[in-house]
Write a protein that binds this ligand. Structure first.
Ligand code: 5RP
Length: 227
């Protein structure tokens, strides 16, 4: 079993009967969704899923997981999602899979949020992983100029075939190559107030539990951000 699978399967153990579960996006979340599907089939587990991307929606539908949209529920009991980087103080970068906007919305309305990662995602400080910023296409080149002037080394994200990537929400993604983010709070505040920025991949003080798949086994850690 690979490390992502280990973390995904461990996280699925926290899913209980009757829960509304936020289903994350990415290669680690994939294993968690598969495991929930297996538990439903083999153990009779009953849940309702709220998906964070079209890709996860398709996977959940294939597995027969009943789904509701985020607007059809008052809140989500537990969201389980991957992450691109987690710092020692449990702050995160997400959006490598281009689903950060829906992921942040679902996490915001969740009572508990678990991140599942392999140990390569654990870092001392955030920033080696390019920070995704989701932007409105109209005026996106203006934001590129602003970020270039700031020294943020922005790159407009493309698909494998070279076209500009369009997110599930119909937006573009600008990846900021920052190397290190000394003050994630102030960067988040700056990005939040830029016209045309829809959301960014800094997920600060949002995660309640981190599950790490490592060569030595799986670790489960409660963060200080309990709700
Ligand atoms: C998608 C995400 C993913 O959770 C993140 O990119 C981690 O992905 P993976 O588990 O494939 O490494 O934020 O927007």
């Amino acid at each position: 079993m690979n490390l992502k699978q280990l973390a995904g399967i461990e996280a699925a153990k926290f899913v209980k009967d009757g829960m509304i579960v936020g289903l994350g996006t990415g290669s680690t979340a994939y294993y968690m969704v598969e495991e929930i599907g297996r538990r439903m089939r083999e153990e009779g587990l009953k849940i309702t899923g709220v998906t964070t991307s079209n890709a996860t929606k398709e996977q959940a539908e294939t597995l027969g997981i009943p789904l509701k949209s985020i607007d059809e529920v008052t809140e989500v009991d537990l969201t389980i999602d991957g992450a691109d980087e987690i710092s020692q103080d449990f702050q995160g970068i997400k959006g490598g899979g281009a689903a950060l906007l829906f992921e942040k919305i679902v996490a915001t309305y969740s009572k508990q949020t678990i991140w599942i990662v392999d140990e390569s995602k654990l870092v001392a400080k955030l920033g080696k992983f390019p920070l995704p910023v989701e932007v409105i296409p109209y005026g996106s080149q203006q934001l590129m100029r602003i970020f270039t002037k700031k020294g943020y080394n922005p790159v407009l994200r493309s698909t494998e075939t070279g076209e500009t990537l369009v997110t599930d929400g119909g937006h573009y993604i600008i990846d900021l190559h920052l190397d290190v983010i000394e003050d994630p709070e102030s960067l988040a505040t700056y990005l939040d107030q830029l016209v045309g920025v829809v959301e960014h991949g800094l997920f600060l003080s949002m995660v309640t539990k981190v599950i790490v798949g490592a060569d030595g086994g799986v670790t489960v850690t409660d963060t200080p951000f309990q709700k």
